[in-house]
Write a protein that binds this ligand. Structure first.
Ligand code: ADP
Ligand code: TRP
Length: 322
């Protein structure tokens, strides 16, 4: 089965990305045919600077390789390296209406926050559908926040197949409804856009600062605390086995441990979990030629699939040359 997903290089990876998207991707890598790309064209919709886009694009590649993406098993490339995707975006844009796009939650949310949207932000879901349909992806693992984008991709494919001829594979979303949204240090959804992330590839000092800033109530050290209501515990439990979770819970309910102590426990879990990945990342940062060579070979493999598919689609539409 062909599984495909993309990650936007719009900031540093955080625990929310890791425990939902990345863990799942790594799981698929060992079982299915995985296509994985860095969605740098999507990141243009919230572009800040050339330097930042470059840094995050290569940073994202290094991060994913450090975390275990294996280029021998996975087709791994940067979205802009296969420009066929932008041509397909144009074709697909005939198969979705403006009023459908106006219903996009992610678009409406950004506008509601005062962001002045470019047309690119409005047509973002079409580019995403193109990513998926160009590679005939059968399954697309994404977070809950991408559910509607996946529905758009399916609608677009179905409508296109009806309008022009049946060439597109209808993708199945893979959304784990049980994966809780990882909270950020302020208790809201952890997200780059809210500046409430814990970035596990930051320096130890940065990670510590973030962990120590997690919101808590003002219960004194000796008072019993409710783990279910604690953002510290919610994050910590992601690292713990069931038995470890139980004993950590005791520390909350028994009292005698202040939030500072509980945060230190969490910090320790984060640092020990990511230690091997952090040293691999360090090594890769010193060997950028290797990283670029991996992306180049991924591009070649992705391009081969994309060219073939795009030819079939052009054919279905009657695009010149015949
Ligand atoms: P961000 O919200 O920080 O911009 P992205 O939109 O780049 O994150 O998300 C990349 C992937 O990580 C998506 O699959 C998304 O659903 C998932 N993800 C992001 N934040 C969280 C979170 N707090 N909890 C669970 N999954 C998340
Ligand atoms: N929109 C996705 C996100 O922000 C990233 C993405 C772009 C993607 N193209 C995709 C995910 C295709 C899955 C399939 O998380």
């Amino acid at each position: 089965m062909r599984v495909l997903t993309g990650l936007q290089p719009s900031g540093k990876l955080h625990l929310g990305n890791y425990f939902s998207a990345i863990k799942k991707i790594l799981d698929y890598q060992s079982k299915e045919e995985l296509f994985l790309f860095i969605a740098n064209l999507h990141a243009l919709t919230t572009f800040r600077s050339k330097e930042e886009l470059k840094e995050y694009t290569i940073g994202c590649a290094i991060d994913l390789l450090a975390l275990g993406v294996d280029p021998n098993k996975t087709v791994f490339w940067v979205q802009s390296d296969v420009p066929e995707v932008t041509e397909l975006t144009w074709y697909l844009s005939q198969s979705i209406t403006v009023s459908q796009l106006q219903l996009a939650h992610s678009f409406k949310d950004k506008v509601a926050k005062g962001f002045v949207p470019g047309a690119g932000l409005f047509t973002y879901p079409i580019l995403m559908a193109s990513d998926i349909l160009l590679f005939s992806a059968e399954k697309v693992p994404v977070g809950k926040d991408q559910k509607q984008h996946l529905e758009f991709a399916r609608d677009i494919a179905e409508r296109f197949n009806t309008q022009f001829g049946s060439v597109l594979t209808i993708p199945e979303p893979d959304i784990d409804e049980n994966t809780a949204t990882v909270p950020g240090v302020d208790g809201a959804k952890m997200s780059k856009s809210y500046q409430n992330t814990i970035d596990f590839f930051g320096t130890e000092k940065e990670i510590k600062k973030k962990v120590m800033s997690i919101v808590s109530d003002s219960k004194a050290i000796e008072e019993p605390k409710n783990p279910e209501e604690s953002v510290i515990f919610q994050i910590h439990s992601l690292f713990l086995s069931d038995t470890e979770k139980e004993s950590q819970k005791q520390k909350y309910t028994n009292g005698g441990f202040g939030y500072g102590d509980l945060k230190k426990d969490l910090l320790e879990s984060i640092l020990s979990h990511f230690a091997p990945f952090r040293s691999k990342r360090e090594e890769l940062s010193q060997n950028l030629d290797y990283v670029h060579s991996v992306l180049k070979s991924g591009k070649e493999k992705a391009k081969e699939v994309a060219e073939k598919k795009l030819d079939a689609i052009r054919n279905t539409l009657g695009i010149y040359p015949f």
